[in-house]
Design a protein around this ligand. Structure first.
Ligand code: C2O
Ligand code: CU
Length: 466
């Protein structure tokens, strides 16, 4: 699907309504209330080649990915969300430094939205950047079936210009008839290993799409919506690119050849595209796999690609001093080939074998299989917090904190020292990392692995900010 069609189709189907923010509700930024209507429903869409049957999916407003939600920094979003599925669900606004009650975590921040029910999410947009939304009930199944979409908060004008290009990737596991491979949903093999890895890559809901773009500089916003696979992208020869933001937060720009995006992470690039076709390759399969083609043509009188504000001038906060900070030790354990022999589930100690076979659990933090009841820390508002994490497993994990971004000395780009502000950090096996944040957003916030199967199998807990 071409990007222009994608934008037109999705904006119409989301029934965008923008109204000036009433004076009585003023948030002090002069922003507006931007309204969207979203519905989760069962729909068909073709993910395979032209002659393939359509795939039965669960989608937001009947399209994959769901509608692009666009607003401007300082606006408020109001999303009327209706659940037309026959199972409960919720929506989570990934990366938004949200109001706790709007965070969309069932059983923690709200009750699940039952079939036929509507829930109104309304929250201010403090930060500009590339975000996304996704279901947060049984994510391992609901994301695998397609319940997610992109959310872009612009620095200035609220429209995607032609130089602002969203590329949302997914890694589906399809059977021979191009249907979701259902027999393996909940597979303990996947849950104890890397998670559900797919066999069908899409960009913006299509296999190897041609995407029309202007030649010259463009902003590419890549989102990885996969359940478990970290994707490695590379632009074809002749395209020059630098990373300007990660997980919505601007970074000091750095050049890159290929880069990995873990599940839930976002990478914003400014790329200089030559006229003609530039392929976007995905390399996680060992050899370059063509994922999309950017077809670039000159465009007269075009403005420059929209750049994020620099790291210092943005709404984000500088890296805090950790002297005197509250240190929370988190020992990540479990999974296949790990050294976890027993762990506590709901207060009861059990051998790993029993946890796995009777409860589908095989991961833990500090010897405790995580659920929403697992309180990892209770911190005071305003405190500087260090989540001191040790990945004592044989697997990578994409660690995500709700409600705030953290600073991390990232090893993701192969550098010795590289401090980044992120909301999801990909940890290598045996790695130790400090995730540092100022706890200024009150509420109960989930901290979990974004490999959906790992989270479901126990890799999660709660940070309470009083
Ligand atoms: Cu992307 Cu708990 O979320
Ligand atoms: Cu994990």
């Amino acid at each position: 699907m071409r990007r222009r069609d994608f934008i037109a189709a999705t904006t119409a189907s989301a029934m965008l309504v923008v109204t000036p923010l009433a004076a009585s509700v003023g948030n002090g930024t002069g922003g507006r209330v931007v309204r969207y209507a979203l519905a989760a429903r069962a729909t068909k869409q073709r993910l395979g080649p032209e002659d393939a049957p359509e795939t039965d999916l669960w989608l937001v407003n009947g399209v994959s990915p769901g509608p692009l939600i666009e607003a401007r920094q300082g606006d408020e979003l109001e999303i009327t969300f209706t659940n037309e599925l026959d199972v409960p669900t919720t929506m989570h606004w990934h990366g938004i430094r949200n109001l706790n009650a709007m965070d969309g975590v069932p059983g923690l921040t709200q009750p699940a939205v039952e079939p036929g029910e509507t829930f109104i999410y309304r929250f201010p947009l403090k930060d500009a950047g590339t975000f996304w939304y996704h279901a947060h009930n049984k994510g391992w199944e609901q994301l695998a079936r397609g319940l997610y979409g992109p959310l872009v908060v612009h620095e200035a004008e609220p429209d995607s210009g032609p130089r602002d290009i969203l590329l949302m990737a997914d890694d589906w596991r399809l059977d021979d008839d191009y249907q979701i491979h259902e027999d393996s949903l909940g597979s303990l093999m996947d849950w104890s290993h890397q998670g559900r890895l797919g066999n069908w890559l899409t960009i913006n809901g299509a296999s190897l799409p041609d995407i029309q773009v202007p030649s010259g500089k463009v902003r590419l916003r890549l989102v990885n919506a996969a359940n478990a696979r970290s994707l490695t992208f590379q632009l074809g020869a002749g395209a020059d690119a630098e990373i300007v933001a990660l997980d919505a937060a601007p970074c000091t720009p750095f050049r890159t050849d290929g880069f990995r995006i873990a599940p839930a992470q976002r990478v914003d690039l400014i790329a200089d595209l030559p006229e003609g076709a530039t392929s976007l390759y995905e390399l996680s399969g060992g050899q370059p796999f063509e994922a999309a083609r950017l077809i670039a043509a000159p465009q007269a009188g075009e403005a420059a690609a929209p750049r994020p504000a620099g790291p210092a001038s943005a709404s984000w906060y500088p890296r805090p001093d950790i002297a005197g900070a509250r240190v929370v030790d988190i020992h990540m354990q479990g999974g296949a080939m790990g050294n976890l022999t027993e762990a506590s589930l709901m207060g009861e100690m059990m051998p790993l074998r029993e946890l796995a076979t009777d409860h589908s659990k095989m991961w833990a933090f500090n010897g405790i299989v995580g659920g929403y009841e697992n309180l990892l820390a209770d911190v005071a508002r305003g405190e500087t917090v260090v989540l001191r994490i040790w990945n004592d497993t044989r697997w990578e994990h994409a660690m995500h904190l709700h409600g705030q971004h953290f600073w991390v000395n990232s090893r993701e780009f192969g550098r010795a020292e590289h401090y980044l502000l992120r909301d999801t950090y990909l940890m290598a096996p045996a790695e130790r990392a400090d995730l540092v944040f100022v706890a200024d957003n009150p509420g109960d916030w989930l901290f979990h692995c974004h490999m959906m199967e790992h989270h479901a199998a126990g890799m999660g807990g709660v940070i309470r900010i009083a």
